[in-house]
Design a protein around this ligand. Structure first.
Ligand SMILES: Nc1ncnc2c1ncn2[C@@H]1O[C@H](COP(=O)(O)OP(=O)(O)OP(=O)(O)O)[C@@H](O)[C@H]1O
Length: 291
C-alpha cells in the first residue's frame, strides 16, 4: 500500500512551492493513494520531517522545492528504503535537469503517481549525503555574495551581479586533490565533483556525468589569466569549457580535497556546509527515485 508524504519548502523559488499545495491536494485526491502534505517551518526541518517518514508509515517522500530542499530530504530518508519524488519549484532546480523530470507541476505529479523509478548514486561528503555536485572555490564565493546582494537586488540580477564581482576579484587557491589515491597539487578557481551535470542554475559543469554509473565526474578549473577566465565562463553553460586548456577532468570513486593556505567553503548541492577539507565518496547503496 502506497503512502506518500509531500514535504513543501514554503520559501523555495521565492514562494512558488506554496502555490503548488492546492494543485497537489486536488490531483492526489483523484487517486486512491494515501498522502499527506507537510510544510517545513525552518532550515533543517525538511530533514526532520523526512527522518520521521518511515516510522509514520510513508513509503515515499516527495520534495517540493529546489536543490536545497532535495539535499535536506535525502539527508532524512537515505538508507530507510523510502522512494523519492521530486517536484522542482526552486530557483535553479539543477538536479532534475540531469534526470529529465518535468518542471510542470501536473507532469511532475504524474511521474510520482505512475510509479516508474530509477536507482541513482548518492554521494557522501564528510558527514552529509548529496545527490548532485560538491564544489569548492569561486562558486562558494558566488553563493555567499548572492545571499548578501539578495537583500537589495532580487532574483537572477543578484546572482549575475555576484558572479561578475567574483570573477573580477576571486584569486585561485592552492589545493591538494587526491583522486582515487593519486595526489595532485593545483592552484585552482574551482573544483567540482558530481553525479549530476548541472550546478549554479543551469551551468553544465560536468557534461559527461552519469547519475547512476557508480562514479563521480570531476572538473578542475586551474589558474589562468582573468580575461581567459571571464571568456571561459559562458562556455560552462554548454559544457564546452572541458576542452579549454587549463581545465582538467577526471572520473573517480573517492576524492579528498584540502586547501593549503586558507579554509575553503564546501558547497554541497548549493548549500554551504562548512570548511574544507572534504572527503567525498560514493555510498554503497543507491536511492530509488520516481522518473
Ligand atoms: N520554512 C523554511 N524557512 C526558511 N528556510 C527554509 C524553510 N524550509 C526549508 N528552508 C531552506 O530553504 C533553502 C532554500 O531552498 P531551495 O534550495 O530548495 O530553494 P531555492 O534556493 O529557491 O532553489 P535552488 O536551490 O534549486 O536554486 C534550503 O536550503 C532549506 O534549508
Amino acid at each position: 500500500m502506497r503512502k506518500i508524504l509531500f514535504v513543501v519548502n514554503p520559501v523555495a523559488g521565492s514562494g512558488k512551492s506554496k502555490t503548488y499545495i492546492n494543485i497537489i491536494n486536488k490531483r492526489m485526491k483523484k487517486t486512491n493513494i494515501e498522502f499527506d502534505i507537510k510544510i517545513s517551518s525552518s532550515i533543517g526541518n525538511v530533514t526532520e520531517l523526512c527522518k520521521a517518514a518511515k516510522s509514520n508509515g510513508y513509503t515515499s517522500v516527495v520534495s517540493v522545492g529546489g536543490d536545497g530542499t532535495l539535499f535536506e530530504a535525502i539527508n532524512g530518508i537515505f538508507g530507510e528504503n523510502i522512494k523519492l519524488g521530486i517536484i522542482g519549484s526552486g530557483t535553479g532546480n539543477d538536479f532534475i535537469r540531469s534526470l529529465k523530470i518535468p518542471l510542470e507541476i501536473e507532469k511532475a505529479l504524474d511521474v510520482v503517481i505512475n510509479k516508474s523509478t530509477k536507482f541513482v548514486d548518492i554521494g557522501i561528503v564528510n558527514d552529509k549525503y548529496f545527490l548532485n555536485v560538491v564544489s569548492f572555490g569561486i562558486d562558494g564565493e558566488i553563493v555567499r555574495l548572492t545571499d548578501k546582494i539578495k537583500n537589495y537586488i532580487k532574483g537572477t540580477s543578484a546572482y549575475i551581479t555576484a558572479t561578475l564581482k567574483s570573477l573580477a576579484t576571486y584569486k585561485p587557491k592552492a589545493m591538494s586533490i587526491k583522486i582515487d589515491g593519486k595526489l595532485l597539487h593545483r592552484e585552482a578557481y574551482l573544483v567540482a565533483v558530481g553525479n549530476g551535470k548541472y550546478f549554479g542554475g543551469g551551468m553544465m559543469v560536468l557534461p559527461e556525468a552519469e547519475i547512476d554509473d557508480g562514479l563521480f565526474d570531476i572538473c578542475i578549473v586551474n589558474k589562468m589569466n582573468k580575461l581567459k577566465l571571464i571568456a571561459l565562463f559562458p562556455s560552462i553553460f554548454t559544457g564546452k569549457h572541458m576542452s579549454v586548456s587549463g581545465v582538467e577532468n577526471y572520473r573517480a570513486k573517492e576524492i579528498e580535497i584540502r586547501s593549503i593556505k586558507e579554509k575553503l567553503v564546501v558547497n554541497a548541492d548549493g548549500n554551504l556546509i562548512g570548511p574544507s577539507p572534504a572527503l567525498i565518496k560514493i555510498a554503497q547503496s543507491k536511492l530509488e527515485i520516481f522518473v
